[in-house]
Every structure is written in structure tokens, then in C-alpha cells.
Design a protein around this ligand. Structure first.
Ligand code: RB5
Length: 147
């Protein structure tokens, strides 16, 4: 599986732990930075990871900031992006089954590394259910096209 990974300064340490876990799990990582704890603006990384997902270069994106909120707001501005902020595995499963989320966002100041990795594993292992959920996703796409 190919994953585009990104963070701001607040998410940097967790991003490094996540990258190691994903590599050990056999994933191919496209690391969009940041590469230090120096202050950085989360919309910049949200943009490049979202572009990689939109272009179909990766299967999923993972974005990490302090709360996960800024990353989810920024990523969801792009057409076709369904970024879900998850702080526990149940939401991660539903984000895939019901919402066909293509980006997972995490808050490093909210969610510890062990739980974050558990959330990621559930997110990546779960498929979209389709059916009635597809009708709802189609309505989200219609909303995007009204902009
Ligand atoms: C950075 O201090 C913080 O605002 C950012 O990481 C994130 O939590 C924004 O939503």
C-alpha cells in the first residue's frame, strides 16, 4: 500500500513513529514533511498530501498536526478529498466503511502513538461498504460541484 504522510511541527514526532510503523508493515511511504520541529503551517502539508491523493499517486493520505483539526479543514477544501479526523478506532472504521475517507488526520496532542498506530491499522484494513453510503458520497460530490 502507498501512503502519503505529512505533518506540521506539532505532528512531526508522531509522523516519524508512524512512518517507521508503516515501513515495517510493508507500506511505501511518500513523506511530504515536515522534517523538523521548526514551526510550520499545516495548510502547506495538507495541500501537497491532498494533491498526491487526488492524483491517485497513493492509496491514502495521513496528516498529523496538534489536534488534527487544522489538517482536516485544509485537506477537505480540495475536490474529491474526504479527510476524517479520528481519535479512536471505531471512527476510523466508520470513516472507511461509510464515508470512503481517503485521508486520515490525527492530533498528536490528543492521541498517543500506540493508539494512533491502532487507528491507522484499522483505517487501512477497512473497505468502503458502498450501497446506501455511495449515494451519500455522491451527494457530497454534488456539493463540491456547487462551489
Ligand atoms: C500548531 O500550534 C497547531 O495549531 C496545529 O498543529 C494544529 O493543531 C491546528 O489545527
Amino acid at each position: 500500500m502507498k501512503i502519503a504522510l505529512g505533518s506540521d511541527h506539532a505532528g512531526y514526532d508522531l509522523k516519524e513513529e508512524v512512518a517507521l510503523h508503516l515501513k515495517n508493515s510493508g507500506c511505501e511511504i511518500k513523506d511530504h514533511g515536515v522534517f523538523s520541529r521548526e514551526s510550520a503551517d499545516y495548510p502547506d502539508t495538507a495541500e501537497t498530501v491532498s494533491q498526491a491523493v487526488q492524483a491517485g499517486e497513493v492509496d491514502f493520505g495521513i496528516l498529523i498536526c496538534g489536534t488534527g483539526i487544522g489538517m482536516s479543514i485544509a485537506a477537505n477544501k480540495r475536490k474529491g478529498i474526504r479527510a476524517a479526523l479520528c481519535a479512536e478506532p471505531y471512527s476510523a472504521r466508520c470513516a472507511r466503511e461509510h464515508n470512503n475517507a481517503n485521508i486520515l488526520t490525527l492530533g498528536s496532542r490528543v492521541t498517543g502513538p500506540g493508539l494512533a498506530i491502532n487507528i491507522i491499522d484499522v483505517f487501512m484494513a477497512t473497505s468502503f461498504e458502498g450501497g446506501r453510503h455511495l449515494r451519500r458520497i455522491d451527494k457530497i460530490t454534488e456539493l463540491e460541484n456547487k462551489r
